[in-house]
Ligand binder design. Structure first.
Ligand SMILES: Nc1ncnc2c1ncn2[C@@H]1O[C@H](COP(=O)(O)OP(=O)(O)OP(=O)(O)O)[C@@H](O)[C@H]1O
Length: 593
């Protein structure tokens, strides 16, 4: 009756896990997995290295004794110095001019952009050798170079062109002009690779244009700029050999002069080759470290650098921990109130079109200070455009929007409205915070840096005070322990809570939420809504575009229903959700409820 016994045994096994025999593995021998292909590959590499070394070291024609004699010889080192100087100055001036050209190329002025395009087109077309020869003969075209006020006869300085255009000056100028044309396209490519949302987030925080470029756009652009830029600099280091045409003895030209005299061609070419290898190695190490610097925040975990790997090997973990604890900062700074009083928002007869499409059509709305308004409507009904118009990310065609009686985007004098310059719009924008659907945190800045950027730059708060307030805000959104993390190391819900803290750091009168939960997984929606709910009693005026009807019912003072750019209905949540006036509202609610 083996079958019956088996049945009983398996039943028992299901109800109670069988006790596992305890095994002592201490005396077991571990055999690592074997990888025959890897072993074969290693042997092959060893053979190739061995043969190469033997052929290079034992063949007397390589002339290693001559190589040793010339490697550190004075003329070679002087030539090397010139090559390094030309590379360094050519890179610095070339990239500085290239950055200006790239910014001009993306400028909104068509003439400036056209001028930059023409420069790039011209200097990328002219071969470097031709350019160097033209510059060397510049004295023939222009006998003097003068700095002064054009067409007035007022001159400050005047030089004889042939005297100042030495071979070195011509070489440096030629390399710079040539390098700038290529560098500008590399930089422009980097600028274009930065997400548009980043610019909008920076503008919504009121950061000035210069700060947007230097702190937000360029650091992120650097990730795509650096590999190509270093390729270009390495090309320049080798390309300096073209200045031989000006009889300028840089490294390669010096080598040529020497081997033409002593006929030791190969050993001297080896001298040049090894020095170029040294230059390339140093540049590659610099590239690695700069790239690593700009990779902060782009990778979830940054691989340890060469130095930190060495540090980990040399310093025991216990000592490292003590060192970190010793650098903790004293955070006893007074905490300012975290909210400004809410603002009254008046939207009067606002219209906006994109081409033939009228997206907002005579929209009027009045929101009292500290109120919570939820805007509902089908996709494409103009909800986001209305929000973006409130903080002037979109310029309206007709009507006006005012906060506490102050017009957005305009200055009023009597009956005339003057459009504000971008700088002034940015200043006023700090009163209106905005939280985006896709968070738009700055990925290269830590959570703390994201939050303090605008208060420090725009409001002029001290860094210490801004950090204290930022930590307080982070504690309020439940992320006190994430101050040093980078956005990509956080979940979507956490990122959105940081975005809310960032908007609050400017103590705005009005806070706009553009579908703050629609990019989140359902289980993360609740944590963001509870933060907004807490804010609803803070006195800040909240305007929220959302499809979360339950949430709207709970927190809203007023619900607005939009369709095809028009407001069809407004009222309390109780009225709009239970007894809507308009059949379209009822139809929409029937779909989403
Ligand atoms: N920059 C733009 N250029 C052209 N059309 C635009 C632009 N921005 C928005 N639109 C159009 O305007 C209309 C309203 O867009 P908006 O984003 O305001 O709608 P929405 O109600 O917020 O939609 P959703 O709920 O899907 O976000 C859409 O038809 C959209 O295609």
């Amino acid at each position: 009756m083996a079958v019956t016994t088996d049945f009983i045994d398996s039943d028992i096994a299901k109800s109670k896990p069988a006790p596992q025999p305890k095994t002592n593995y201490a005396h077991f021998k571990i055999v690592p997995a074997r990888y025959p292909a890897r072993t074969a590959g290693t042997i092959f590499a060893l053979v190739v290295i061995g043969i190469s070394l033997q052929s290079v070291l034992t063949n007397p024609r390589w002339g290693w004794d001559v190589f040793a004699q010339w490697f550190f010889a004075e003329p070679v080192l002087v030539g090397l110095g010139r090559t390094l100087l030309l590379t360094l100055l050519g890179s610095i001036f070339g990239f500085a001019l290239g950055t200006a050209l790239a910014l001009a190329r993306v400028s909104r002025s068509p003439l400036l952009s056209g001028l930059s395009w023409t420069y790039i087109w011209l200097f990328r077309s002219i071969p470097l050798v031709v350019l160097l020869l033209i510059l060397n003969n510049l004295g023939y075209l222009y006998e003097t170079i003068t700095i002064g006020v054009p067409y007035t006869g007022i001159n400050f300085f005047s030089w004889n062109t042939t005297q100042i255009m030495t071979p070195f000056a011509a070489a440096l100028l030629g390399l710079t002009l040539n390098q700038a044309a290529f560098a500008s396209e590399i930089i422009r490519g980097g600028i274009l690779s930065v997400d548009q949302g980043q610019l909008e987030a920076a503008a919504a925080l009121g950061l000035p244009r210069k700060r947007q470029a230097s702190r937000i756009v360029l650091p992120q652009a650097m990730r795509s700029i650096l590999p190509t830029a270093f390729n270009d600099i390495i090309g320049l280091a080798k390309g300096t050999s073209q200045v031989y045409i000006l009889a300028l003895p840089e490294l390669f030209y010096t080598i040529q002069i020497i081997y033409r005299r002593n006929l030791e061609v190969i050993p001297l070419l080896m001298v040049a080759t090894v020095w170029y290898l040294v230059i390339l190695t140093v540049l590659s190490i610099i590239q690695h470290h700069i790239e690593r610097h700009y990779a902060r925040g782009a990778l979830r975990i940054l691989p340890p650098s060469l130095f930190s790997r060495l540090y980990r090997q040399l310093v025991p973990a216990r000592e490292r921990r003590t060192a970190i604890t010793a650098t903790q900062v004293n955070r006893n700074v007074s905490i300012a109130p975290l909210h400004a009083r809410g603002g009254d928002v008046t939207i009067q007869g606002v219209s906006k079109s994109f081409g033939p499409l009228k997206v907002l059509d005579d929209v009027s709305l009045s929101l009292s200070a500290g109120s919570v308004t939820v805007i509902l409507g089908q996709s494409g009904s103009g909800k986001s455009t209305l929000l973006r118009s409130i903080n002037h990310l979109e310029r309206v065609d007709d009507g006006f929007i005012a906060i506490d009686g102050q017009l957005i985007g305009y200055r009023q004098e009597g009956e005339t409205l003057y459009e504000l310059k971008e700088m002034d719009i940015l200043k006023r924008r700090v009163e209106i915070g905005m939280v985006f659907q896709n968070f738009n945190l700055f990925p290269h800045l830590s959570v703390l840096e994201n939050i303090i950027e605008a208060p420090v730059t725009v409001r002029g708060v001290s860094r210490e005070q801004a950090e204290t307030e930022a930590r307080e805000l982070l504690a309020r959104v439940g992320l006190a322990d994430k101050a040093e993390a980078y956005p990509r190391q956080l979940s979507g819900g956490q990122q959105q809570r940081v975005a809310i803290a960032r908007a609050l750091a400017l103590k705005p009168k009005v806070l706009l939420f553009d579908e703050p939960t629609s990019a989140l997984d359902p289980e993360l929606v609740g944590e963001v809504l509870s933060v907004i709910k807490e804010l609803s009693s803070s006195g800040t005026t909240l305007i929220i575009v959302t499809h979360e009807i339950g949430f709207a019912r709970e927190v809203a003072d007023q619900v607005v229903f939009m369709e095809q750019g028009r407001i069809l209905e407004t009222g309390t949540p109780h009225k709009v959700f239970n007894r809507p006036d308009h059949p379209r509202t009822a139809e929409f609610l029937a779909k989403v409820l």
